[in-house]
Design a protein. Structure first.
Length: 205
């Protein structure tokens, strides 16, 4: 719990710098962080740290020109980071548009709320925090599947790398490998091995 609280504070401090550029204040940064939840905050801090490390690496101007690497001004870099953060926030909200709370999930599956949280902890269900409330995306549920979930989903989640939010995004995004269908669509049609092969070959950030 202390680590989560510390991450929240660090993320708020980081975001304040970017929101100030847009004329906003700490309240905007805090709202943003609260909406991301622990999973999103962890992903955000990881990405921000990577960006800072990359920015601190000096690149020889002649080599950068030879390689075709664009050298951004501080203002351009900051604008790109703010845009990236906004898109991250927007994508998370889109993924949670079709979701239910843990109480609703428990009623639907005929189990206790504690069982829902246990399954989330055991990676048998996908749960994301939205404004301090656990939300479960509806795409994972299937009345004909094991324990009311899509068959093969647990195995695919284990084989995917990256944050939980990135895994969710990969599952629901149309993929050329699957002829334009999403991985979750292929899973629903029973082709678990096909999705598992692809999951093992990709890395999601």
């Amino acid at each position: 719990m202390r680590a989560k609280a510390k991450n929240q504070m660090v993320a708020v401090d980081m975001l304040q710098k970017y929101f100030q550029e847009l004329g906003s204040d700490e309240a905007a940064a805090r709202f943003f962080v609260d909406t991301l939840g622990p999973e999103g905050v962890a992903c955000l801090l990881s990405r921000m740290s990577s960006v800072s490390a990359e920015r601190n690496q000096e690149i020889d101007p002649a080599l950068a020109e030879l390689l075709g690497i664009k050298r951004f001004t501080p203002h351009e870099a900051k604008s790109l980071e703010v845009t990236s953060l906004y898109n991250f926030f927007k994508r998370r909200r889109e993924l949670l548009d079709n979701s239910i709370g843990s109480i609703e999930a428990a009623e639907m599956l005929g189990v206790s709320k504690q069982t829902i949280h246990d399954r989330i902890r055991e990676n048998k269900l996908i749960g994301l925090i939205e404004s301090n409330v656990m939300r479960l995306p509806l795409f994972q549920f299937d009345p004909t599947g094991p324990d009311g979930t899509v068959s093969g989903l647990t195995e695919v989640l284990k084989d995917l790398s990256g944050s939980l939010l990135s895994k969710v995004s990969w599952l629901v995004t149309p993929n050329a490998v699957f002829d334009g269908d999403s991985p979750i669509h292929i899973l629903r049609h029973g082709d678990t091995e096909r999705v598992l092969r692809e999951a093992r070959s990709v890395g999601v950030a």
